[in-house]
Design a protein around this ligand. Structure first.
Ligand code: IPE
Ligand code: IPE
Ligand code: MG
Length: 239
């Protein structure tokens, strides 16, 4: 089967990776950034055209303030430090998530890198930050409601394609392969709409231990899946 064009990753297990080594949880987050850099580089070399990663969920605000502050600062620092490398590698950066709740400085950094990388074509890296799948769907419903009031939008015209265009990223393709590291088998509110028909791949590896060989294993597994989208198998057409 063809390689997946759009891969999503729930980068989980940073905290446990660190704790298993007697380190503070934030050391795991720092290591996780290194893994992401390697995986982005590798994704550029493959046929994957979009990679979407879960970096901070709308639920992660429930963590201790010190960890939340660390994650916000790490994001800002990473965006600033990595911009050159990402641009050199032809990576386009796109954020999905609620900007509401993020500091002005972080939003500035995010918008700067989005604009700078806009024309890049080798890989689109969507970073889900302050992202929640339910929040995204509610935000889309609100936008549609406001437009229906302001523009006399005919609600009967609303179908799945039109609804999709109101999500955080209107040109966002469906997820074909969704990987979660860290051993848990759940979505944790990630891309609920876009993963409707995603193939799911779970690995026990903690995110800092994930590497190109692990990604290859997931891609290989994907190639052996039969994607039916509710239809019958090819061979069953005349059954
Ligand atoms: C994922 O690793 C990173 C974020 C959620 C920001 P965790 O921090 O959830 O690590 P574990 O799951 O506690 O090991
Ligand atoms: C999901 O991981 C969020 C990110 C990886 C950013 P969590 O560690 O927050 O998920 P739960 O709490 O185990 O479901
Ligand atoms: Mg976790």
């Amino acid at each position: 089967m063809y390689p997946p064009q759009h891969v999503a990753i729930i980068m989980d297990g940073n905290g446990r990776w660190a704790q298993n080594r007697g380190l503070a949880r934030h050391e795991g987050h720092k290591e996780g950034v290194k893994t992401l850099k390697k995986i982005v580089k590798y994704a550029v070399e493959t046929d994957i055209s979009s990679l979407t990663v879960y970096a901070f969920s709308t639920e992660n605000w429930k963590r201790p303030k010190a960890e939340v502050d660390f994650l916000l600062a790490l994001m800002k620092k990473t965006m600033r430090n990595e911009v050159k490398d990402l641009l050199d590698n032809g990576v386009r950066i796109n954020f999905i998530g609620r900007k509401n709740g993020l500091s002005k400085n972080l939003i500035k950094e995010i918008e700067h890198i989005e604009i700078k990388s806009k024309k890049n074509k080798c890989l689109t890296l969507n970073i889900a930050f302050n992202y929640g799948g339910r929040a995204e769907i509610v935000d889309a419903a609100k936008k549609i409601f406001i437009e229906s009031q302001n523009k006399g939008f005919n609600i009967d015209e609303l179908d799945e394609d039109l609804f999709s265009s109101y999500l955080y990223s209107s040109d966002f393709q469906d997820i074909e392969l969704l990987i979660r590291t860290g051993g848990d088998k759940r979505l944790s509110n990630f891309l609920l709409w876009q993963s409707a028909y995603a193939e799911l791949y779970f690995t026990d590896k903690y995110w800092p231990d994930f590497d190109a060989a692990e990604l290859d294993a997931a891609l290989e597994d994907f190639r052996n899946r039969e994607r039916k989208f509710g239809a019958l198998n090819d061979g069953d057409k005349n059954a």
